[in-house]
Every structure is written in structure tokens, then in C-alpha cells.
Design a protein around this ligand. Structure first.
Ligand code: PLP
Length: 411
């Protein structure tokens, strides 16, 4: 018998998606003819762009030939991809990022989950509620959360920043000292964003209060409005207080291919137990190179191709396809008098459940009466109670059909 990390015992069961699957399976067993439409899980459905697959095929052929074979690459990513990222995602927007500040990885889930490892055990963590659960659970595993208090439905030592219709899903600043603040914009699950001025309030707060913002920007490609920043580094001073996470998963259909990157500016400093200054970038570099051996060459060539002229055009049409779905859902539900949020700068639509139904009651109604599977908002946190998430990642046909079915419901 081996002693275990008891923090894991503080984790709450991954209730949300298993409960959805359970209810869905039961419904199908009882109603085998029902044609279910899933607008629940946030996975994409369209194929990879042609420019990407061509580049990946060519890379495979390179690997087959002894003269151009490549084995282990740099853990932080090949220069060809890192430099392409910097040129297109940052310099083109007037943001200066250096190549030693970019870390290519196999996904933002791993990066946003692993980043907490380099911070002190007693760092106080703030998260938005509703929240992408990885931020919370990885801090629970690390022992920062304290026990789960089932009376209040929250971990005792985590600071929750409520995002509800009452504050237009823009949280207030923390009411006590925190060290790490996870912000996700465009937001999963609410689909809402902050303008540059609103984000500046957070950057200024972090500078004044010595905290670090962990900025998850997995849905950056879906931004359509001009006043929404594409990178936190567009805000003055953010290089001193923010790490940014980006993913190719939703942008380019890479959920199965796996590629993302994280930016850790050289300005970011921490301090050790003796009060000496330490560069956060050095720590992350050490962590990344020790525990990760790089994204495959083929994948990185595929990711590079996203930025070619053809790639950009194909990505644009992919994103437009999903955002048209988002518009169909948003406008369709609004025309029924529902209160609907998101879907303008993000592929998620967040709706207030009608008639005061709780999130799970609305789930059951939608499943049994319209044969549609969505995601109960309460699964993302206490503040998600009474809300419901639909995704724009379905096919056009299913999206239109789903809205028609909802139209026929008595709400
Ligand atoms: N961050 C957010 C907010 C997400 O919604 C997701 C995926 O659903 C991820 C990160 C993970 O992305 P990746 O596929 O790059 O691991």
C-alpha cells in the first residue's frame, strides 16, 4: 500500500458530463426512435482545413525520408511555428512578444492545468463562477482549495467571482487578497467578453495588488467586435502581470490533433521563500522542458499552415460557419422571448432558463420534449444555476432543426 495525495479526495465527482450521459442514455433506452441533437459538449464537428492536412501530409513524407527525418524537437516548439505565431497573433496587432516567451504545447487544458505547479502552495486562487472546471480541480489536486463545503457548494479557500446577468457576466474585483486570478475571455461557458477598457481594470488591479492573471483565450478566434481585445497584452502593463493561453483546438479543428501555446513574458517575477526575485518564465521553461517532450513535427507543420494565406481563409470560413450557427441559435431563442447571452464573440450561447426552472429541470424538458442535449449551467458552478449552455459547434442542419424544435415547445 502506498500513501496517496489526499488532496485528490477533495475532488468532487465529474458529475456534469457523466450525469448528462446517464440521462441521455436512459432517455434513448425508453425512446429508441428519438433523433437526438447534441448541442452539449464543446467539441467541433467540421473537418480539418485543407491547408492544414496538406502541410501535415508533406511533413509525414519528410519524416519518412532519412535525409529529412526529425526526431525530438525543441520542447518549446520549432522556430518556424513560434515565429509564425509571434508575427501573426502578436506583431500584427502591435504587441511585441519574443521567441523565448512562447511555449508550444499539446493543448491549453494541460497548460492551464499545469501552470499552478510553479506557484506557492499557499497561493490564493480566484476563479470566475461559472468556471471552466480545470482551473478549480487542478488547484484542488495541489492542495490549495481547502475542503469542499457542500452547504455552500464551494471550496472553502477558493475565491469565487460571480458572473451572472445582474453584473452582465463581468465579475467584481476580488474582495480579499488573491495571488492568482484565472480569467477566461471570450468566456466558456457564458460566451461573454470584456472590452479592452474593462480588461484594463483587471490588469491595473493585478499590478497594484501583486497578483498574476492567468488569461485563457482559447476562443480568441471567435471575436467579432472591435472593442474586444484579441490578447491581454494589448492592454498596457499586462506583460508585467499576465500569462496568456491560446489553443488551435476550436480555431482550426485541432481538438483531436492537439496543439496550443502559452505566452510567459520575461517581465513576470515571483519571489522565493527567502524573498529573492525569480523569473516566472524560467520556472515555466524548466517545468515544460522537464515534463514535456514537444509537440510532434507533423502537428506543428499543420499549425503553421493555419497562418498561410490559404489557411487563414479556410479558418475564417470555419469560424464563420460556427458563428452563423451561433447567430441562428441566439436570434431564434431571442425571438421566443428567452433571455440569451453570448454567441457574438464566442461559440457558446448562455440562456436564462424560462419560468424559473433550475438548470437540470430545463435539461430534462429539452431532452424529453425537443430531444436536444445541452449543458446545465449549474454544472459550471453555483452561479450557473438557472442558466443553460448551447454550443454552436453542431452542423448547420442540426442547429436549424434544434431551433425549430425549441420553437414548438411551450416555454
Ligand atoms: N480552455 C477553455 C476555456 C476551454 O473551453 C477548453 C476546451 O474546451 C480548453 C481550454 C482546452 O483546450 P485544448 O483543446 O487546447 O486542450
Amino acid at each position: 500500500m502506498t500513501s496517496i495525495n489526499s488532496n485528490y479526495l477533495n475532488l468532487q465527482g465529474s458529475y456534469l458530463f457523466s450525469e448528462i450521459a446517464k440521462r441521455r442514455t436512459k432517455f434513448i433506452e425508453e425512446n429508441p426512435q428519438a433523433e437526438i441533437i447534441s448541442l452539449g459538449i464543446g467539441d467541433v464537428t467540421r473537418g480539418l482545413p485543407d491547408a492544414v492536412t496538406k502541410a501535415m501530409h508533406a511533413a509525414i513524407d519528410e519524416l519518412a525520408a532519412p535525409g529529412s527525418f526529425r526526431g525530438y524537437g525543441p520542447e518549446q516548439g520549432y522556430d518556424f511555428l513560434v515565429n509564425t505565431i509571434i508575427e501573426n497573433d502578436y506583431r500584427a496587432r502591435g504587441v511585441d512578444i519574443q521567441s523565448n516567451e512562447v511555449f508550444v504545447s499539446d493543448g491549453s487544458k494541460c497548460d492551464v492545468g499545469n501552470i499552478q505547479e510553479i506557484f506557492s502552495q499557499d497561493a490564493v486562487v480566484a476563479v470566475q463562477d461559472p468556471v471552466y472546471p480545470v482551473y478549480v480541480d487542478t488547484n484542488v489536486m495541489a492542495g490549495r482549495s481547502g475542503p469542499f463545503n457542500s452547504d455552500i457548494g464551494r471550496y472553502e479557500n477558493i475565491v469565487y467571482l460571480d458572473c451572472t446577468a445582474e453584473n452582465n457576466f463581468k465579475p467584481s474585483l476580488p474582495d480579499r487578497k488573491v495571488d492568482l486570478i484565472y480569467l477566461c475571455y471570450p468566456n466558456n461557458p457564458t460566451g461573454m467578453t470584456l472590452t479592452k477598457d474593462e480588461l484594463k481594470v483587471w490588469v491595473d488591479y493585478a499590478r497594484e495588488n501583486n497578483c498574476l492573471i492567468l488569461f485563457d483565450s482559447a476562443y480568441e478566434a471567435f471575436i467579432t467586435e472591435a472593442d474586444v481585445p484579441h490578447s491581454i497584452y494589448e492592454v498596457e502593463g499586462a506583460r508585467e502581470v499576465a500569462i496568456e493561453f491560446r489553443s488551435f483546438s476550436k480555431t482550426a479543428g485541432f481538438t483531436g490533433v492537439r496543439c496550443a501555446y502559452t505566452v510567459v513574458p520575461r517581465e513576470l517575477r515571483g519571489f522565493d521563500k527567502d524573498g529573492n526575485t525569480v523569473f516566472i518564465n524560467d520556472l515555466w521553461n524548466r517545468r515544460h522542458t522537464t515534463k514535456f517532450n514537444g509537440v510532434s513535427y507533423v502537428t506543428q507543420r499543420g499549425a503553421e499552415a493555419i497562418y498561410s494565406a490559404q489557411g487563414k481563409e479556410q479558418i475564417r470560413s470555419l469560424v464563420d460557419y460556427y458563428m452563423t450557427n451561433a447567430g441562428i441559435i441566439r436570434d431564434g431563442l431571442r425571438s421566443l422571448g428567452l433571455e440569451v447571452f453570448g454567441g457574438v464573440n464566442a461559440p457558446y450561447i448562455w440562456l436564462k432558463t424560462p419560468n424559473g426552472l433550475d438548470s437540470w429541470a430545463f435539461f430534462d424538458k429539452l431532452l424529453s420534449e425537443a430531444n436536444i442535449v445541452g449543458t446545465p449551467g449549474v454544472g459550471f458552478g453555483r452561479s450557473g444555476q438557472g442558466y443553460f449552455r448551447l454550443t454552436a459547434f453542431g452542423s448547420r442542419e442540426n442547429t436549424e432543426k434544434a431551433v425549430e424544435r425549441i420553437r414548438k415547445l411551450s416555454l
